[in-house]
Design a protein around this ligand. Sequence first.
Ligand code: BTN
Length: 322
Amino acid sequence: MNSHTFPVLRLLADGEFHSGELLGQHLKISRAAIWNALQHAQSLGIDIYSVRGKGYKLARALDFIDVKQITKTLGEDAKKFSLTILETCDSTNSLLMQRASNGAAHGTCLVAEIQASGRGRRGRSWVSGLGASLTFSLLWRFNTGASGLGGLSLAVGVALARALNALGADGIALKWPNDVLYQNRKLAGILIELQGEMMGPSAAVIGIGLNVHLPEEIRNGIDQPVADMQEIKPVHRNELLANLLKHLNTVLTQFESEGFAQLREEWQGLHAYQDKQVRLLLPNGDEQYGKVAGIAEDGALLVDSGQGAKRFSSAEISLRNL
Ligand code: BTN
């Protein structure tokens, strides 16, 4: 990591031209150091114009994550969270898992401008870009043990859908167990990792990656169809994050007292595959076919294969080509 990259990008964030000389004076570094920092920014996927006599300009203005703005939008709810913004880290989930085992408080939230090795479910990687995505993890401590947290990841999906709807993003759907979709393309993913005792208490690190404004080069590097907020409803990342946290607090508090049962109907109403014929790929490689009948109170998927509904707690679901 080049230590000057973020300071230079913050000065260029407005999307206007800034001369290399003034940038250098401001940061008390040489023009060569500015140039090196910008080379590094380009390697992170940032497009920069350089015009003789005018200086440097970002192809697209950057809205950096800002605790003050988030706190303002959160209002009263701000005291429920302890926010830390990191310019870079490997994975906010990995870091928060470590901090959780060292006693980090309930409501700790780590947000990364860029993750060097973001993680997705099933050992996949999560691809994001500087200013192009929202990547954060929230620590939520529960009195119950891990066995009482069935349906937690689905509850988080409900919170995301509510927040996005409240911001005016129409057409958001969920895909079991916890993908957020727009027009059948992936808008956001959820990775939940647990620690603690079987009988409780336990701690959940809730990692969320949301596509905000993905440039073509990043989209091309993702192995599935993706959507971003820019095409649905352009929203500044600080406003987006504050709204997500507000709804997460409401839903997680409800989940803690009532479990997933009270959120089940709402989840089913959002399920892109409800009543659809699907193919399930099971962890052992077997396949199952059937019609999605709904979700059980513990979050398991119920599929009717013709001989009654079967429960699935882990599988990859896809629409069946008929
Ligand atoms: C999925 O595979 O759909 C889950 C993706 C979760 C990505 C987020 S980004 C923030 C947090 N840190 C990670 O390394 N992963 C999660």
